[in-house]
Write a protein that binds this ligand. Structure first.
Ligand SMILES: Cc1ncc(COP(=O)(O)O)c(C=O)c1O
Length: 468
């Protein structure tokens, strides 16, 4: 059992690695400031402890007769129940464990009958856009709406046309600008016209209580690594019928009851959609995460984050030389995710300098939402085409994008203040060091970087370098 601290001052759940110092290229080191929760969150200490407790029992699931296999099977199935309960699963709903949100959306898309008609918005993350473009499905992508009410109106108009729509897929919150989408209203519209609704909860589930039953959604997808359980698991929760009738996403052992030379009898769900050995550790980790989040209280998580997010957003909006983006400028409900640019500085250079000179971790680029970024940055069609050509030729430099700051459980007012001071200094004075762009990645990199990230990584993946 570890001696890690379970709670931070104030009672908030503790995170693994939150006390770590990182080297600065300007000299010395400082406590790492993680403002990149929207990409991946650190593990909760409670999650790491649950994994440590489980690992001695780890064994095969579903097929093993041994005691450890029985424990592992019961833990895996118990995790399924725990996760269903956390997300408000209804009787008859099924949880399929996947690798992540992308995998979950692809799984549902692959199980839909040919000619299923899907409607989504062009502002979605690629994970909720590209799987619906697969052959055999009919996708209608609605333009980025100007506000929540317009999203509802646009969906109503799209669904009241002559073509039947089977499924509406929409995000719970923007992964770029943080607006919370009116999912319950969109679900009402979808159901009125006989369609189902999938909510991509990847960016909402870590921030507020999300119940598939209360939203009256039909499917919910999310990622463990964005919910403080970075052990390679995601989930698809929802109605069983399409998944039970549809093509298994993966074909192989575990998904079948009986196979002959010429026939196959597929299992019922969820096994039918979970071929191969499942990620038991990931499922246990996710169950521990939702238990910990549930016992701390998602309402508390939301309230604490809201205070910090409003503070950060107001400060960024008022900072000279900074442009803060908004999908819906009048939106009042937003998560702690926000994107901005510094005038006359490339997003990649700002992110590189925040890391190298200030020890701050943010993300930059287009956040897997290219159509949305083209819209937010008002990139003209001719420039879009030019970027496309340059990328096709292997040149990733100068691609439009932004810097994203995202808050999570471990974020503090001190961290936000330090970030704001650092950014303000960067805006005023520019970077203190020299950076050059790497055309292969488009990223700016310091001209000299003795911080040794590669060396640390090499040690971590060698058996003898293990530090935990
Ligand atoms: C809104 C949204 N949906 C889906 C995804 C994809 O998640 P994953 O990479 O875990 O599959 C992300 C990831 O950032 C996201 O922000």
């Amino acid at each position: 059992m570890s001696e890690r601290v379970e709670r931070r001052a104030g009672g908030a759940p503790a995170l693994v690695g939150s006390e770590m110092d990182v080297p600065l290229l300007t000299g010395g080191s400082r406590r790492y400031v993680n403002l990149d929760y929207a990409a991946s969150t650190p593990a909760l200490v409670a999650v790491a402890d649950a994994v440590d407790r489980f690992l001695p029992y780890y064994s095969s699931v579903h097929r093993g007769a041994g005691f450890k296999s029985q424990v592992s099977t019961a833990a895996y199935e118990g995790a399924r129940e725990r996760v269903a309960e956390f997300f408000g699963g209804r009787p008859g709903d099924v949880v399929v464990f996947t690798r992540n949100t992308t995998d979950a959306v692809n799984l549902l898309a692959a199980s839909l009958p040919r000619s299923t008609s899907v409607v989504t918005f062009c502002s979605e993350h690629h994970a909720d856009l590209l799987p619906w473009r697969r052959e055999g499905l009919r996708l209608s992508c609605l333009p980025v709406p100007g506000d929540a009410a317009e999203a509802v109106r646009a969906l109503t108009a799209a669904l009241s046309g002559s073509e039947t729509v089977d499924l509406v897929a929409v995000t719970g919150a923007s992964n770029v600008t943080g607006e919370v989408w009116p999912v319950a209203e969109l679900a009402r519209v979808a159901h009125h016209f006989g369609a189902r609704l999938l909510v991509d909860a990847a960016q909402i589930a870590p921030h507020m209580a999300v119940s598939i039953a209360e939203l009256d959604a039909d499917y919910l997808v999310a990622s463990g690594h964005k919910m403080y359980a970075p052990f390679g698991v995601g989930l698809l929760l929802g109605r069983a019928d399409w998944l039970a009738r549809g093509e298994p996403f993966l074909r192989g052992g575990g998904a079948v009851d009986f196979v002959t030379d010429t026939t196959v009898q597929w299992s019922s769900v969820p096994a039918r959609q979970e071929a191969g050995s499942p990620n038991v550790v990931g499922a246990v980790a996710l169950a521990a995460a939702v238990s910990e989040l549930g016992s701390y209280g998602m309402d508390r998580v939301w309230a604490e984050e809201q205070e910090l997010a409003s503070y950060a957003r107001d400060a960024l909006a008022g900072m000279p030389g900074v442009t803060l983006y908004s999908l819906w400028p009048d939106a009042t409900v937003r998560t702690g995710v926000m994107s901005f640019n510094v005038d006359r500085s490339e997003h990649s250079l700002v992110a590189a300098a925040l890391s190298a000179e200030y020890g701050i971790g943010v993300r930059h680029g287009c956040f897997c939402a290219h159509p949305l970024m083209i819209h937010l940055l008002s990139v003209e069609a001719k420039d879009v085409e030019q970027v496309r050509r340059r990328l096709a030729a292997g040149d990733h430099a100068g691609v439009p994008g932004a810097v994203r700051l995202s808050l999570g459980l471990g974020s503090t007012r001190d961290e936000v203040d330090y970030f704001l001071e650092s950014l303000e200094r960067l805006v005023r004075r520019g970077p203190a060091l020299g950076y050059s762009v790497d055309p292969a990645s488009g990223d700016y990199v310091p001209d000299s970087d003795p911080r040794g990230a590669l060396g640390v990584a090499r040690e971590l993946v060698s058996a003898t370098g293990a530090t935990r």
